[in-house]
Write a protein that binds this ligand. Structure first.
Ligand SMILES: Cc1cc2nc3c(=O)[nH]c(=O)nc-3n(C[C@H](O)[C@H](O)[C@H](O)COP(=O)(O)OP(=O)(O)OC[C@H]3O[C@@H](n4cnc5c(N)ncnc54)[C@H](O)[C@@H]3O)c2cc1C
Length: 425
């Protein structure tokens, strides 16, 4: 199929302006130099730069030793850069179409067709599609679909946000990433600054993130680039990314015959596009041997109540300011916004009763597999800037509505209970 702009005959607007990964701590320096060496050993050009060399490449970056986290050096890959994601998606879509693949937009998979332990097709919002092999590549909704098929994935769905500023003259010549101060900043072709950082801490399917995450990204950007202090944010957006415990993707067969999965790309799946677009690790048939039922044979089925659909959204959106930050009612201190808390993941996961007797598979289940429902989810929170006590919250991961708050010694309330203002549970 090809993976480069030439092979796909489509311009990616790929700009090889280099990428700097800043180091602000001794640990960052060790990790960065190790990465440079690992790249070189694998034939990839990469350099380690001292702060004054960093300043030559990006003069607007603040490399003063008097900042909160001074720049101690950086990895630099001069051939790296940015590409326009919608161009890349269209390039692959167009070539797939030329190869005879049907691309059906706005068509939601609602269930799987089975013949025993074999998948033989899917039910969709536009009808039934029978297939010799089915690939599940639904990113943030992978767990929801895997649950329909009857197995679990070691992924958690989190909102990830990015933002752009208004347009500026070209001032930022490269891409700067800082894991420690925690932001990445580049300048797009048209002139807007593009920024982002990490995921929101808690699970969510609402396609909106919390305001304070954006606020911290902005603070980090201004710390590294004081020149941008008066830039204005034009827009922010959020998507749902599927995160695995070791930040590695999951690609391969599933417990069901003929069903394959490609998920867990988390916050970095775009830059990894070419490898998965190549041959699958399993022996999949060429696209031309996949047969689709004629559309006239499809029977329409209604959308499932647990829908993976993301539009229109029946829950509050990012436009609904009062929902831009969670308000949690600590059982001991009362209502506080989410910035006061630390997220602890799924609640009610008991330590194994007989740890010595556990198989590797059972240990893996205990350590790495957590529920990831779209809907009511019982989770742990700690009031880290207050009483420092743990408690449980029942929250709808799609609407972010808090359904109940309860102490660890209390039983989980029924999901239909909705927490009222000032009410603990
Ligand atoms: C704000 C933001 C910024 C990012 N920035 C970067 C970046 O700078 N660099 C980088 O490398 N990565 C970045 N990423 C991550 C990257 O976008 C993802 O890792 C990548 O898109 C994952 O690819 P995918 O094909 O697995 O899933 P997606 O591209 O998410 O595609 C999954 C598709 O499945 C569809 N789907 C879901 N459920 C169903 C269903 N039931 N039936 C049918 N279709 C369904 C969805 O509608 C979607 O189209 C960013 C992500 C976000 C949200």
């Amino acid at each position: 199929m090809g993976t480069t702009p030439d092979e796909l005959d489509y311009d990616f607007l790929f700009s090889q302006r280099g990428v700097l990964n800043l180091a602000h701590t001794l640990q960052d320096v060790r990790e960065g130099t190790r990465r440079v060496n690992a790249n070189r050993l694998n034939g990839v050009d990469a350099e380690w730069l001292a702060p004054e060399e960093v300043a030559k490449i990006c003069p607007i970056l603040n490399v003063s030793p008097n900042t909160r986290y001074p720049v101690l050096g950086a990895t630099y890959q001069p051939r790296a850069g940015i590409a326009k994601h919608d161009h890349v998606a269209w390039a692959f879509a167009r070539r797939a179409d030329e190869l005879g693949v049907d691309l059906i937009q706005g068509c939601e998979v609602t269930d799987f067709l089975r013949d025993g332990d074999r998948i033989v097709g899917v039910e969709t919002s536009q009808g039934t599609i029978r297939a010799g092999r089915v690939g599940l590549a639904a990113a943030g909704h992978s767990s929801v679909l895997a649950e329909r098929a009857g197995f679990r994935l070691p992924v958690q769905s989190h909102p990830l946000q990015a933002l752009v500023s208004e347009l500026h003259e070209p001032v930022h010549p490269t891409v700067v990433m800082s894991n420690h101060v925690h932001v990445y900043v580049s300048q797009a072709h048209k002139g807007e600054l593009v920024m982002g950082a990490g995921v929101d801490a808690y699970n969510g399917y609402g396609q909106r993130g919390s305001f304070h995450v954006i606020e911290r990204q902005m603070a980090a950007a201004v710390e590294l680039f004081p020149v941008f202090a008066r830039a204005h944010v034009l827009r922010t957006w959020g998507g749902i990314v599927d995160v695995t415990p070791d930040a590695s993707p999951v690609i391969g067969p599933t417990p069901l015959e003929n069903l394959y999965v490609n998920c867990g790309w988390g916050t970095g799946g775009f830059k990894a596009t070419p490898p998965p677009a190549g041959p699958s690790p399993t022996s999949s048939p060429p696209a031309s041997s996949i047969r689709w039922a004629p559309r006239s044979a499809w029977s329409a089925s209604p959308p499932a109540p647990w829908s993976t659909n993301t539009a229109p959204r029946p829950w509050p959106t990012e436009n609904d300011e009062e929902n831009a930050v969670l308000l949690l009612n600590c059982p001991w201190c009362g209502p506080r916004d989410e910035t006061e808390y630390h997220y602890g993941g799924q609640a009610h996961v008991p330590y194994p009763a007989t740890p010595d007797a556990l198989t590797d598979q059972e240990w893996a289940e205990y350590l790495f597999y957590r529920d990831n429902p779209k809907g009511p989810f019982a989770e742990r929170w700690m009031h880290s800037t207050g009483c420092r006590r743990w408690f449980n919250v029942l929250r709808d991961t799609a609407s972010h509505q808090v359904l109940a708050v309860y102490r660890p010694d209390e039983t989980r309330p029924a999901p239909h209970h909705v927490q009222g203002p000032g009410e603990n549970r």
